[in-house]
Design a protein around this ligand. Structure first.
Ligand code: PXP
Length: 235
């Protein structure tokens, strides 16, 4: 069975909407662990729109499962990772104007920059995953640069329906075989939800799935009744 990495960024998104102290992603991480999360995933974006530096530090102290930090190759974030020492870093591309991560890393275009960051992270004992589209050339380069894992970008698969979705699944399956064949661990994520996760979870040797938005969205819905009930009791 694939391990579940629960991405709690959007708990912090709700907090930052009010610049408040709640909801605290640290509390969400505890509940996610109680629910069976094998890994807590957070993305420290360059613009700090959701997860803050403090969250990374406190989660490092409190998370009892694997802590996976998604990050761009930006100097301040790399420095913070090297000081805080999450178990794993997943390198992603980042554009300030995007709503969420769009597309995998371009290893071919940014080889030297990514290679230097991989070395810096691995030197302090952080395991490195690279977030890639299912493209053979990119995966070859990930193996060459010594990445421990590749997280396949499932965003396009998640966007498609029917036959087009099957085509995307086939690309992921072929890429998955290549990743495992080249000695790297196979991860996947982005856009996965309660309807489309099955075929990706069933891919041969799938080790880790990182899922955020759909779990946080569902958590709001399954928890709303209880939250209103508790407030009503106080009136
Ligand atoms: N994996 C990576 C590398 C991501 O950047 C994200 C989004 O932060 C996710 C997984 C989770 O995506 P989603 O929120 O769509 O489940």
């Amino acid at each position: 069975m694939a391990e579940l990495g629960v991405n709690i960024d959007h708990v912090a998104t709700v907090r930052q909407a009010r610049q408040a102290s709640e909801p605290d992603p640290v509390w969400a991480a505890v509940l996610a662990e109680l629910g069976g999360a094998d890994c807590i995933t957070i993305h420290l974006r360059e613009d700090r729109r959701h997860i803050q530096d403090r969250d990374v530090r406190v989660l490092k102290e409190t998370v009892n499962v694997k802590l996976n930090l998604e990050m761009a190759c930006a100097k301040d974030v790399v420095d913070l990772a090297c000081r805080t020492l999450p178990d794993q870093a997943t390198l992603v591309p980042e554009k300030r104007e995007e709503l969420t991560t769009e597309g995998g890393l371009d290893l071919v275009g940014q080889r030297d920059q990514v290679a230097a960051v991989i070395e810096q992270l691995q030197d302090v004992g952080i395991s490195v995953a690279l977030f890639l589209d299912p493209i053979a050339e990119q995966i070859d380069l990930a193996a060459e640069l010594g990445a421990q894992a590749v997280e396949l970008h499932t965003g396009q698969y998640a966007l498609e329906q029917g036959e087009a979705q099957q085509q995307e699944l086939l690309k992921l399956i072929n890429a998955g075989q290549q990743i495992v064949g080249q000695g790297m661990a196979l991860h996947a994520g982005h856009g996965l939800n309660y309807h489309n996760v099955g075929p990706v979870a069933n891919m041969d040797q799938m080790l880790e799935l990182n899922i955020g938005h759909s779990i946080v969205a569902r958590a709001l819905m399954v928890g709303m009744k209880q939250a209103v009930h508790e407030m009503k009791q106080l009136l």
